[in-house]
Structure formats: structure tokens, C-alpha cells
Design a protein around this ligand. Structure first.
Ligand code: SME
Length: 318
């Protein structure tokens, strides 16, 4: 359930010290990412001919801190318009980059990048790439500013205080709300055998607790999805296998998070007010029997924490 993220933010000594203090970050290590040799040493990377970027590998708990929040913190620690230079450190090894290992993260990263780009008149120089390789740096680089409190750092100390104080309140509150909703749901559904009744009250409970735009179910009926119990405005009644977000989640048998519905090929717009969406398959004996579909009027409203908890919801159904 924990997630990994690789961030190049200039000299990795200060960058690691910054990220490791953020609540929800469970583990950090520094190393070299996306270069074209094997097992590079610091000295080799320092020649600036290996293609590697000094990078911090973070592991984080998405139920405490979102990818979005971490990326917002990342942008506080870099000059995103500066090419191959952060502070006084110059060279391609000091470039900025966001390297992901889960393709589902890409739309979230793009969304943050687009929002940040609006804040600058110059283009952003932060590269967004899949992680190709990562080699842990020598031990003396790990936690460098802990072992060398007066060591060189291009970041201001005020930034470290900011990292220590940072709390992703939205994620923390959301997680609490889901835990409560799940508890209510378990007692509400206890003893009820009718699957439509179970889905109906699940939709009502979630909709009421979170004030989503649309919360409901589509049931698998022969070779298509048919509208089931829901809360919200009227919606399309039939969706074919593999069509739209719902039909795709059915076909792929996995949760789909869509931060911007306009970017999803074949998205079915039941309402033009819906801007982001999450669809979670409901399975019975391994077969998808329904999907839980939730829409929001806000962009990028659903993330890994929603996915985690809504999959718990779906596991209590049909
Ligand atoms: N947008 C969905 C269709 C259902 S409505 O959101 C309620 C889709 O693309 O499958």
C-alpha cells in the first residue's frame, strides 16, 4: 500500500533532509537516477557525463500524505524554471525531475505541473519521466545533514522547519471520514442479504458523508452495465463493456482514477459538471458483478487514499 516516488531537486543532501521530515514520509534514501551506466560512484556522477541526476527516493503512506501534497512541497524546495542548476550547484546531475514507478501517478503529476506552470512566466524545466534506474549512493551521502549538521546545503533552514510542520490535513481528515463511514456501513449492512438494498444504502451513506457530485452503482447485466442505486443527478442507464471509465474498469477488473475526465479517451459525460471520477469494481467469487462510480465537480478529487478506502467499501459488497 505504501508508495514510492523519486525526486531530483538539486544537491541530494538538502533535498533528503527536507523530504524526510514531512509527516507521512516513511523512508528516504539518496542515489542516482535515470543515467546510462551501472552502479555509478559519486565521483563518476560528478563528472556530469553519466546522465544521472542526484535523486531522493521517498516511500510514503498515501493515507497520511498525498502524492499531490508531496509534489507541492517539492516545488517549494526547487526553482522549477532553472535548467541544470539549483542554488550554486550546476550540471545535469543537479537537474530537477519527477520519476514515477506507477503509471497511474502520471495524471496527478501532470496536474500539479500544469498548475505550477501557471505561476511562472518562464517554462518549467522539471522533467517528468518514468524511473529507468536508481542506484543508491555511498553510505556517507545518506542522511548527510544529520551526520554533518554544518554540512553544505543549498536550501534555507526555514524550509526544514516548514517540512517538520507540514501536515496534509485534507488526506488525514479524509482517511478519518472513510474509517467512520466504513464502520457505519458494516453495521448498516449487517444481516441484509438483498444486494440492491445494500448498494442503495452504501451510495446514500457515501454521498451524504462526502458530498460527492454523483455516487452510485452500475450492475453487470448480461453483456453491459445497467444503472443501479445511486445518489445525484440523473445518469446514463446503459454502458457497454470496455466503454467509458465504468466499462473500462469492468474490462480491466481494476480501479480507475481519472483526475481529469476530459483526458480520459472515451469518457461518457452523463453530466458536464463532472470533472474527475473514480470507478471501483465490485467482485463476487472473482467476477465483476457491479462497479461503484463516484464523480466530483472538482479536478483531481480522488487519489490513492480514496482508492484504498473505496476498495474496502467494494469488498463489503454486493
Ligand atoms: N462517466 C462515466 C459514466 C457514468 S456517470 O459518471 C454517472 C463513464 O465514463 O463511464
Amino acid at each position: 500500500m505504501d508508495k514510492d516516488l523519486y525526486l531530483a531537486a538539486g544537491c541530494f543532501w538538502g533535498a533528503e533532509h527536507f523530504f524526510k521530515q514531512i509527516d507521512g514520509v516513511l523512508f528516504t534514501e539518496v542515489g542516482f537516477a535515470n543515467g546510462h551506466t551501472d552502479n555509478p560512484t559519486y565521483e563518476q556522477v560528478y563528472t556530469d557525463t553519466t546522465g544521472f541526476a542526484e535523486t531522493v527516493h521517498l516511500r510514503f503512506d498515501p493515507l497520511r500524505v498525498s502524492l499531490n501534497f508531496l509534489l507541492q512541497m517539492y516545488f517549494k524546495a526547487i526553482d522549477p524554471t532553472s535548467l541544470n542548476q539549483q542554488g550554486e550547484d550546476r550540471g545535469t546531475r543537479y537537474r530537477t525531475g519527477i520519476y514515477y514507478t506507477d503509471p497511474d501517478d502520471l495524471p496527478f503529476i501532470r496536474q500539479v505541473m500544469d498548475r505550477e506552470a501557471e505561476r511562472y512566466s518562464k517554462p518549467l524545466q522539471v522533467e517528468v519521466e518514468p524511473l529507468i534506474n536508481f542506484f543508491r549512493a555511498e553510505d556517507y551521502h545518506q542522511d548527510y545533514l544529520v551526520t554533518n549538521p554544518n554540512g553544505y546545503c543549498h536550501l534555507p533552514v526555514t524550509l526544514f522547519a516548514e517540512a517538520r510542520a507540514a501536515r496534509d490535513l485534507r488526506t488525514l481528515q479524509k482517511a478519518e471520514q472513510y474509517r467512520l463511514a466504513l464502520k457505519q456501513m458494516r453495521s448498516l449492512l449487517d444481516g441484509e442479504k438483498d444486494s440492491v438494498a445494500r448498494m442503495a444504502n452504501t451510495a446514500a451513506l457515501l454521498h451524504d458523508a462526502f458530498h460527492f457530485w454523483w455516487t452510485g452503482f452500475y450492475r453487470v447485466v448480461q453483456d453491459e452495465l445497467v444503472l443501479g442505486p445511486f445518489q445525484g443527478p440523473v445518469a446514463c442507464m446503459h454502458i457497454a463493456f470496455g466503454k467509458g471509465v465504468c466499462g473500462s474498469a469492468w474490462k480491466e477488473r481494476r480501479t480507475l482514477m481519472v483526475p481529469d475526465v476530459e483526458q480520459f479517451p472515451g469518457h461518457i459525460a452523463c453530466s458536464s459538471a463532472s470533472r474527475s471520477e473514480i470507478v471501483v469494481p465490485v467482485k463476487q467469487e472473482g467476477n465483476v458483478v457491479a462497479v461503484l462510480d463516484i464523480d466530483s465537480q472538482h479536478l483531481a478529487y480522488f487519489d490513492h487514499a480514496d482508492r484504498h478506502f473505496l476498495e474496502e467499501v467494494a469488498a463489503l459488497l454486493p
